[in-house]
Design a protein around this ligand. Sequence first.
Ligand SMILES: [Zn+2]
Ligand SMILES: [Zn+2]
Length: 315
Amino acid sequence: MRALVFDGKLHLRTDYPDPVPVSGESIVKVSVAGICGTDLEITRGYMEYRGVPGHEFVGRVMQSENLALVGKRVAGEINTSCGTCNWCIDGMGRHCPTRTVLGILGRDGAFAEYLRLPNANLIAIPDAVADESAVFAEPFAAACEILEQASLKRTDRIAILGDGRLGAMVALALNGENFAPVVAGHHPEKLQRLAALGLRTELADKLAPGYDVVIDCTGQSAGFTRAIALVRPRGTVILKSTAAAGAAMNLAPVVINEITIIGSRCGRFTPAIAALAAGRFDPRPLIDGTFSLDDGVAAFAAAADKSKFKIVVRP
Ligand SMILES: [Zn+2]
Ligand SMILES: [Zn+2]
């Protein structure tokens, strides 16, 4: 099959082996796959991943022992888990120590004609949700994870740092649940587009300290320091970025101001897909380019352009 492969360098292969059927897992033909910051990080060495990247997708089940799945349009939870360890038994399979993660850790991903995932990971997409919306299920689920981890109040003053893909997703997720975050960034034209989606926006330099909650979606280690500076004493900082570069950071303000720090990664798909189906927001205006898989390398270059939100690839 055709697949975009990272082996130290990103390139298209036309002779990549098809995924082999295994018991308990289904073969999915990819319809649309989205490029996110994590994919770009992978091409810079994140997780030392080798193989087919891509974890945001919608596709159709071609082959499965679970006949109810065959032919279904699906998105897929990206973490696979053993189901038997203490984490899994406690319902935290996304933290299973022996997990694989689609296109990120030990499992080929979505920038290919076909992928394979456990049957239990696949979630049917309602007809009302177009492929171009469903492809946002994964980043939207990750955004919604904040709502499960932090007990936010509707009256909280919430700042989201970063006007990129991740910041936009988090802002739309919170806005859809009637919180009123302000999204802050350095790109006036992107802030304008987010404002057109009904979001409150502000230039990053204009934010004044005192927020109850600051969510770092900058994808840069400097975002953490900025978040700590903007949150009020006893406030909460939520870290959504997985910036690959480590940096020396001063944690004294965390102690002095008694700040709570929450790390936040992946979320559950079912509520995210339900929100998409209910039309609580439409992510499609965030798509800035659609590329063929054959032009996957160019698609990655386009996604690295900071003026763009989401680039999607169609096999
Ligand atoms: Zn992602
Ligand atoms: Zn486990």
